[in-house]
Every structure is written in structure tokens, then in C-alpha cells.
Ligand binder design. Structure first.
Ligand SMILES: O=C(O)CCC(=O)C(=O)O
Ligand SMILES: [Fe+2]
Length: 317
């Protein structure tokens, strides 16, 4: 297994990459808003207004916040982590039976080696599709109303997929990344991390660590939501670093528009723009951005610009 090697194999070395800055000595903690949803669930108007203000400000600046009192039972979150732990502990030959091959969206993958040849991420992942079924108050049902309504009302039934990440300990953590710097191509990403820590967000011109909170879900804006808001809401630039001693795990849930819907900022939002009132992004459909980021390009800081350059040549319907 990769983590047992004394020296970092060269495919995993990201040194020289611009965004390595501050990898070592990164003690800054992000002061992201922690949004308490208790008042939202109780219908307390003042509390809802306050939560909306916090979220709005976070989305305008760095696209990242955490929510507490989300009403997802902690035992359910614990059970999801237990299941994930069990998956990663399986012997490699069993994991490889569900290997995610080139051109596929789902399955097990070690370092995404089937997609990239260099600057591999120091992680293992399981990716799977998720079809929403009413689970009578379970995990998905509980947070769905909060974050999904806007996307649903403007873009129809959402399409979702999920993943589990495991970042093994690494002998030379400052030379690599668990997940390199990127913005998610998604509409929204919802993540629950264990207590090890390693998620970092680029905010106020520096990389800042996200304090792990067992009781919170991390929410971040992705490129699709940024396009839908005509660039007002920032797609969150983030990365995951690794450490020498501890394995870290995260559960991640991606929310996206339905395949046939056109991603386009609403006209009334454009009308409210100052100055030229122009659209900042061409129209697109989610499957095209997904195709681009899954099979042609590793999501990074400039995914959207690169996508719009690629799109005309893609021959997609
Ligand atoms: O594991 C993490 O904290 C980040 C994962 C991530 O950014 C992703 O899967 O897109
Ligand atoms: Fe991400």
C-alpha cells in the first residue's frame, strides 16, 4: 500500500505547484460562519433572517460555511462513518473488484491513477450515485429542504452523487495533497469530516484550516452555483492536506442540476447587476461540465474558464 513506502513516489509530488504556499506552518483557522439552524426549523423569523445574512455574506466572500442543529441524527452520521471505515478497511483485492475504470463515474479508486499520471492525490475514494428516495426523516430527508429548494425550483429535480474519501498517513505530507486546490464543479457540496482535520479554504488571500466539528456539516458553493448567480456567489477554493500520523476520512455529497436543465442566471438577477447588466457565463448543461471534469480536466482553480474554451469543440449534444 502507498502509505507504507518510506519515500513519496514521484507521481504524488506536487512541489513547485503555486498553491503549495503555506503548506507547512499553516496555523490559520478559518473564521467561517457557523450557522445554527435551530431557529430555521422552529420558524423563528429573526433567526432565519440572521442565518440568511450569514450565509449570504459567506457566499459573497468565499463560498463556505458550516451548519449545526441540522436535525440529522448524530447516530446516523456515526453509522455512515462506520460503514465508510468498513469499506476502506477491506482488503485491496476486494476493493479492486469494484474499481472505477477509465470512463466510469462510480467505484473504488486509489489516487485517481486511472485519470491522471502525475500529481496524484494522496487518497482512496469510493464514488457512487445517489437516487433520492423518501427515507422518512433520515439523513437525506433532513437536510434536503434547507439546501435543495433553490436549486430544485430553478433547475428541477436534482441529480446527486456521493463519495467517501480516505487520506492515509504520509511520510512526506508537505510534498503532496490529499485533494489538490480546486473548486467543486457542483452546485453545492455537503461534507462531513472526522476529527483529524486537513480541509483548508482559500479565503482573504490565504489558505486557512477548517476546524473539524462533529456536529456540523460543511457546505460549499461550487462552480455551477456560481454560474447560476452570475458570479456573485463564489465557488469555494479548497484543498485537503495530509499528515504524518493519522488517516483522515470525509463523506461528501454533491448536489447538481438535472441533466436536461440549462444552467443560466435568472434574468431578474442580471437586471439587478450594476453597470453593464451582462451575463458573465455562457449557458451550459450539467452533464457537459461533468464530462469535462471527469474525463478531460482535473478540477482546479480555473475549471469554468477552461470548460468554456473546451465546450465548442466537444461535439456534445
Ligand atoms: O475531504 C475533504 O475534506 C475535501 C474533499 C473534496 O474537496 C472533494 O471531494 O471535492
Ligand atoms: Fe472539493
Amino acid at each position: 500500500m502507498i502509505q507504507n513506502q518510506p519515500k513519496l513516489p514521484k507521481e504524488f509530488i506536487w512541489a513547485g505547484f503555486d498553491s503549495m504556499q503555506q503548506q507547512e506552518n499553516n496555523n490559520d483557522m478559518l473564521n467561517e460562519p457557523l450557522v445554527d439552524l435551530e431557529g430555521f426549523f422552529k420558524g423563528d423569523e429573526e433567526a432565519i433572517k440572521h442565518a440568511a445574512e450569514l450565509i449570504n455574506k459567506a457566499c459573497l466572500t468565499h463560498g463556505f460555511f458550516q451548519v449545526t442543529n441540522h436535525r440529522v441524527d448524530s447516530s446516523l452520521i456515526g453509522a455512515a462513518h462506520d460503514q465508510m471505515d468498513g469499506l476502506f478497511k477491506l482488503p485491496l483485492d476486494k476493493k479492486l473488484r469494484v474499481q472505477r475504470n477509465k470512463g466510469e463515474m462510480w467505484g473504488y479508486s486509489g489516487a485517481h491513477a486511472h485519470r491522471f499520471s502525475k500529481q496524484l492525490p494522496w487518497k482512496e475514494t469510493f464514488s457512487f450515485g445517489y437516487n433520492y428516495v423518501d427515507d422518512q426523516g433520515g439523513l437525506m430527508n433532513s437536510y434536503k429542504p434547507i439546501v435543495f429548494d433553490y436549486i430544485k425550483s430553478s433547475l428541477g429535480e436534482d441529480f446527486e452523487y456521493a463519495g467517501c474519501n480516505s487520506y492515509p498517513p504520509c511520510n512526506e505530507p508537505s510534498l503532496t495533497f490529499g485533494t489538490g486546490p480546486h473548486c467543486d464543479p457542483t452546485s453545492l457540496t455537503i461534507l462531513h469530516q472526522d476529527q483529524v482535520g486537513g480541509l483548508e479554504v482559500f479565503a482573504h488571500n490565504k489558505w486557512q484550516a477548517v476546524r473539524p466539528r462533529q456536529d456540523a456539516f460543511v457546505i460549499n458553493i461550487g462552480d455551477t452555483f456560481m454560474a447560476m448567480s452570475n458570479g456573485r456567489y463564489k465557488s469555494c477554493l479548497h484543498r485537503a492536506v495530509v499528515n504524518k500520523k493519522k488517516e483522515r476520512k470525509s463523506l461528501v455529497f454533491f448536489v447538481n442540476p438535472k441533466e436536461d436543465k440549462i444552467v443560466r442566471a435568472p434574468q431578474d438577477l442580471i437586471d439587478r447587476e450594476e453597470g453593464t447588466k451582462s451575463r458573465k457565463y455562457p449557458d451550459f448543461k450539467w452533464p457537459h461540465l461533468m464530462e469535462f471534469t471527469q474525463f478531460h480536466y482535473r478540477a482546479d482553480v480555473t475549471t469554468l474558464q477552461s470548460f468554456f474554451q473546451w465546450l465548442p469543440s466537444s461535439n456534445l449534444p
